[in-house]
Design a protein around this ligand. Structure first.
Ligand code: SF4
Ligand code: SF4
Length: 189
């Protein structure tokens, strides 16, 4: 009786109906039949997909500019802002002749996000001064192999001519937020 919550076990004799189990079985069947006529809570994914909110935070995209050049300058602000320490990158200098590939003199030769660590908070997106990284409504592919869940540029970089629409995320409020002098690192070009 340490906690005063212990229950006294009553060795009560079962009634006739309890002993034949029929009422309990019928009650169980009734509950099952009731669920046949209810709207399903699940969907037949991936044949059927749900409509996502425009600001749903799913798989990231590394955006390219209108000429197909990578916007990321490997400044590291997204990595610093990331509370899960999920982002790593290696910066490199652009060489003459690579202007079509990289928008500025510096770019991320390696850019990786550990999707197992990511909590989809969107802080990397908020921190980026170059509008280079956005979360999208794309679902992250799953894998039973941990190494597959480290997404590099091959999975993150936007394909030229196959742009990922981020207009719903880039709202007036977001643009204003990025202009806020308090967030000096977020000054736009
Ligand atoms: S969404 Fe959040 S947790 Fe994921 S990479 Fe960006 S900052 Fe890190
Ligand atoms: S903050 Fe933007 S520009 Fe800087 S490294 Fe991250 S994605 Fe690239």
């Amino acid at each position: 009786m340490l906690t005063n919550r212990s229950k006294v076990v009553v060795d009560k004799k079962m009634t006739f109906s309890e002993r034949i189990y029929l009422p309990a079985i019928i009650g169980g069947l009734f509950i099952t039949i009731k669920h046949f006529f209810k709207k399903k809570a699940t969907i037949d994914y991936p044949k059927v997909t749900r409509e996502m909110s425009g600001v749903y935070r799913g798989q990231h995209v590394l955006k390219v500019d209108e000429n197909g050049a990578e916007r990321c300058v490997a400044c590291g602000l997204c990595a610093v802002a990331c509370p899960a320490e999920a982002i790593t990158m290696t910066g490199a200098e652009r060489k003459p002749g690579e202007e079509k590939l990289y928008r500025e003199e510096k770019y991320a030769a390696v850019y990786e996000i550990n999707m197992l660590r990511c909590i989809y908070c969107g802080l990397c997106e908020d921190a980026c001064p170059k509008e280079a990284i956005f979360l999208t409504d794309r679902l992250v592919e799953v894998s039973s192999n941990r190494d597959d869940m480290i997404f590099g540029k091959d999975k993150l970089k936007e394909k030229y001519f196959n742009e990922v629409d981020i207009t719903k995320r880039l709202t007036k409020e977001v643009i204003e937020f990025k202009k806020d002098k308090f967030h000096l690192h977020n000054q736009m070009d």
